[in-house]
Design a protein around this ligand. Structure first.
Ligand SMILES: Cc1ncc(COP(=O)(O)O)c(C=O)c1O
Length: 413
């Protein structure tokens, strides 16, 4: 194995084909940002674009912008850009609403398509909003549906003939574990179930092949690896073969077959527009496009290669420099089993992460005991991995995390 020194990582950065992309993002000097799996960095062009939408498109062109500046088509146009990142075709993805809302719509459609089945499979340790939305929908439908919570090792055996829908997140938000989309989708289809994939931690982070896996439905957020900004609109995917076969329940006018006919009664659009609800946030969509345009110019295979290297080095360095400090790696070592983050459990994880943030090294904490580091190949550097682990080692050696300041609980962790 090569000698792992700071110079070694600086050399890797010099040879890195993706290194020029870092200049397209604004990142404060001296900050090591390893939280792009929570909030992606700001594309430099975004501020000018936001200003242009506000001043020219809104200020000067006013209502004419819906046609003149393409506002009405924007949600579908961005959907087509995301389609290229997740193995979908044009016309299969729409950018709209929030992740949870899109899950609600898709789950409702999928349950309608399997009216005789009552079971929904979900991962119990998943980011909870998906289950919360499902629980809300079940209450509202009041048709006797139930969620069967499973964990990774039992997913396949639990997908049986009574299952209507399997709703899973491809990359686990805490551990970074990557599920086998093809295998699970095939198993679900064998027993006649449908699958919804939450791609929050996949889109823009690794190659996704929805159509290659024969996926039915998917959704994801815009503010993580797509670099769309805080609260960026989410996306929703419906495989072409399912479009027009089920109706999502939030039947606003944008999802009508002829929105500008202003008919009294609802008629669903027969294409991806049926997933839209109402007027979408144009400012947010315009800013999201800045992040997407950068990603669309990068090669996803390069992103994946660098992401895997960054994660490998992070785990290697933790084993070398932090082995005695009580961290347990919860991210799979096997490359094919992980996304683009590394996570460790630690009894004092919250305070340790606060101390690290105090040193300008940003990761995050997920209760009860997980410290997470997102590796985002467009702007993460190899030397960041070195500096972060050495920073962590110093904090642990000096006991800096014991400072009461780092134990003060914050609303957002
Ligand atoms: C897997 C997963 N699903 C959904 C969400 C969030 O949903 P929303 O964008 O609706 O807040 C997150 C947020 O981190 C997530 O990790």
């Amino acid at each position: 194995m090569a000698k792992l020194t700071r110079d070694f990582f600086l050399d890797l950065d010099r040879l890195d084909a993706l290194a020029p992309f870092r200049d397209e993002f604004y990142l404060p000097d001296g900050l090591i940002y390893l939280d792009g799996n929570s909030l992606g960095a700001l594309p430099r062009v975004a501020a000018a674009r936001a200003r242009d939408v506000v001043e020219r498109e809104w200020g000067r062109d006013l209502i004419t912008s819906w046609n003149r500046n393409g506002w009405f088509q924007l949600a579908a146009r961005l959907g087509d850009k995301i389609a290229g990142l997740i193995g979908a075709e044009h016309g299969e993805v729409m950018v709209c609403d929030a992740t949870g809302i899109n899950l609600y719509k898709l789950l409702s459609m999928a349950l309608d398509m399997r009216p005789d089945r009552k079971t929904i499979i979900m991962e119990g340790s998943n980011f909870p909003t998906d289950a919360y939305m499902a629980q809300g929908l079940i209450r509202q439908l009041n048709r006797g549906h139930q969620i069967e919570f499973v964990e990774i090792d039992t997913v396949l055996e639990k997908i049986t003939e009574d299952v209507a829908v399997v709703a899973l997140t491809e990359v686990h938000y805490k551990t970074g574990h990557l599920l086998d989309m093809k295998l699970i989708t095939r198993r679900a289809h064998e027993v006649g179930a449908l699958v919804i994939w939450d791609l929050c931690h996949s889109a823009g982070a690794l190659p996704v092949d929805l159509n290659g896996c024969q996926a039915d439905f998917a959704l994801g957020c815009g503010y993580k690896y797509l670099n769309g900004g805080p609260g960026a609109p989410a996306f929703i995917y419906v495989a072409r073969r399912h479009q027009g076969r089920a109706v999502q329940p939030l039947t606003g006018w944008w999802s009508h077959a002829a929105p500008f006919a202003f008919e009294r009664d609802y008629r669903p659009a027969a294409n991806i527009w049926q997933t839209a609800t109402g007027t979408q946030p144009i400012l947010s969509l315009a800013v999201l496009e800045c992040g997407l345009d950068i990603l669309c110019r990068a090669n996803m295979a390069d992103i994946r290669r660098k992401s895997l290297n960054l994660c490998d080095y992070f785990i290697d360095l933790m084993e070398i420099y932090c082995a005695d400090f009580g961290f347990t790696c919860v991210t799979p070592r096997e490359r094919q089993c992980r996304g683009s983050q590394v996570a460790f459990s630690h009894a004092h994880g919250f305070a340790v992460m606060q101390a690290l943030i105090g040193q300008n090294i940003i990761g995050d904490f997920r209760a009860p005991d997980i410290v997470r580091f997102g590796l985002t190949p467009l702007y993460s550097r190899y030397v960041d991995v070195w500096d972060a682990v050495i920073g962590l080692k110093n904090i642990m050696e000096q006991g800096a995390w014991k400072n009461p300041e780092y134990h003060r609980v914050t609303t957002v962790t």
